[in-house]
Design a binder for this molecule. Structure first.
Ligand SMILES: [Mn+2]
Length: 507
């Protein structure tokens, strides 16, 4: 796909390069408003593109949107914000900044059999482009910036097999970048930019290889040129992605609603003798039937002592009467993920010890949600969970009462060995480069997911608790006043859970 590096560096700029650079270099003037050409969107509205458009998929996407729920203006704002943040970096002064964000490539499970394609979320967030093998390049120097999207050119043969591509001609109108070029010209383009300004900083995440061929070429290119710095832009990307816009919150709300209802129906349809796998199928079906593209991750559907395996995804056991079922599932709705856990008694009624432990986790979870009013960090919330859990587990006899406070916290941590919260958004573990030690802010979406897992081999726990695993997880929008539970329609009170779980008994 790419020309050789040597060829690029020997490329004579006078033939092609000066023209390119004049168009694309950081000297390009700031474009704050869409040009008339970009606004008209005439040709775009009549074309078949590489992803849904208002013309081809009016049931998914409205006029003015590039991807469902997200407008061209919002994509531009995201790119501007990123560039603004980059130019404020202290080593950015007087240097040309080049940000390279690659799209995902297709991944194959075996010969010519692809996995379901999922776009690199950083690329999707800043470009709106859902096609594989594309690259977004932003260049900026001082207050001027330019954006260019490299896309796969139209190709009759490939399109016959894989469906339409947006192509170079339509790309600027569709995605609102200043320029569009075929991906085959990426290497030349970058070589010329680097030759022109030897003090450029290249922002490229070389630790996370999204397109292996592009990665190799890019590394070679940087090596062959002097004075270039490779800097990882991931944290800068995630700082922009961390606070959700009003449109993103709407999408998250819908994703959470779909998953909440799907889990509610799954609990309702469950009964002993079913396999974990059938409950997986039910939640998957309900999510898709209500508009989700797919589940956001392989769900945990664990019955009985499998509830103790935190990342249990085998989901191939028969559910026995008396078992608790723990389901951790969420969906992806137009690129936005939900992440919910519910635990219920398959018989429709908690045993006394199951109920005691369930109420411990539920009370802790509610207290933690209340505590968000003070806008703590996620790490602080985790420490608070250990305090609350420690106290309650002492009350029910799972932690001795005659030990020091530190030991109680350590013991609580052994009963819940995972973090209590993570950021949520396009990715399930969203904006992973953002520390969990920072204070939460309005506009962030987080999970709240305390759990208690009593190993069958736990020597301190009374035997009737052995093998019980319980987790309750909700998705929460941080607001000025504290928290809005986006998954509130998914029942979690003891009476609600029992009422739902009893509905399919005896059928
Ligand atoms: Mn989670």
């Amino acid at each position: 796909m790419f020309n050789s590096i040597k060829h690029s560096l020997k490329y004579n700029p006078s033939k092609f390069g000066y023209q390119l650079l004049a168009q694309f270099s950081a000297e390009t003037t700031v474009k704050s408003d869409p040009t008339p050409r970009e606004c008209s969107r005439k040709s775009f509205s009549h074309a078949i593109c590489g992803q849904p458009t208002p013309l081809t998929h009016p049931h998914l996407i409205k006029h003015g949107e590039v991807v469902p729920g997200i407008s061209l203006q919002e994509l531009r704002r995201r790119r501007s914000k990123l560039v603004e943040n980059i130019t404020q970096e202290k080593h950015a002064k007087d240097r040309q900044q080049i940000v390279v964000i690659p799209a995902s490539s297709k991944v194959y499970m075996s010969d010519k059999i692809p996995y379901v394609f999922r776009q690199n979320t950083d690329f999707l967030y800043f470009s709106g482009c859902q096609e594989p093998d594309s690259v977004l390049v932003l260049t900026c120097k001082e207050d001027k910036f330019s954006s260019v999207l490299f896309v796969r050119p139209k190709d009759q043969h490939s399109e016959l097999w894989d469906g339409p591509r947006t192509g170079v001609e339509m790309a600027t109108e569709m995605f609102g970048t200043d320029h569009a070029l075929p991906v085959t010209q990426f290497e030349q383009f970058l070589a010329l930019l680097l030759q022109k300004d030897e003090k450029s900083i290249v922002w490229y995440d070389h630790a996370d290889i999204v397109q292996p061929i592009l990665h190799k070429k890019l590394c070679q290119l940087i090596k062959l040129t002097d004075n270039q710095i490779f800097a990882s832009p991931k944290t800068l990307f995630h700082q922009v992605r961390l606070i959700k816009s009003a449109c993103e919150i709407d999408l998250m709300r819908k994703s959470c609603e779909i998953a909440s209802e799907a889990i509610r129906k799954t609990i309702q349809s469950s009964k002993s003798g079913m396999s974990e796998h059938q409950l997986f199928a039910t939640v998957d079906y309900e999510c898709r039937m209500n508009g989700a593209e797919y589940l956001a991750y392989p769900p945990v559907v664990a019955a009985g002592k499998n509830t103790n395996i935190i990342h249990y995804i085998s989901n191939n056991q028969i559910i026995q009467n008396g078992d608790l079922v723990l389901m951790d599932a969420g969906c992806e709705y137009h690129g936005y993920s939900s992440d919910i856990t519910r635990t219920w008694p398959i018989s429709g009624k908690f045993t006394p010890e199951q109920k005691v432990l369930y109420e411990v986790v539920l009370d802790v979870q509610k207290d933690l949600i209340d505590s968000l009013k003070a806008l703590p960090s996620l790490d602080k919330t985790f420490r608070y969970m250990c305090v609350l859990l420690g106290k309650k587990l002492q009350d029910v006899g799972l932690i001795p009462t005659n030990i020091s406070e530190d030991k109680v916290l350590a013991a609580a941590y052994t009963y819940c060995p995972h973090h209590v919260s993570h950021y949520l958004g396009m990715d399930v573990h969203d904006t992973g480069n953002i520390s969990r030690s920072i204070q939460i802010q309005p506009g962030m979406i987080i999970t709240m997911e305390p759990g208690v897992y009593v190993s069958p081999n736990n020597p301190y726990a009374p035997p009737h608790f052995h093998g019980l695993g319980i987790r309750i997880e909700d998705d929460i929008l941080v607001t000025e006043n504290g928290a809005e539970v986006l998954t509130k329609n998914c029942p979690k009170e003891v009476t609600e859970i029992q009422a739902l779980a009893s509905q399919n008994q005896g059928c």
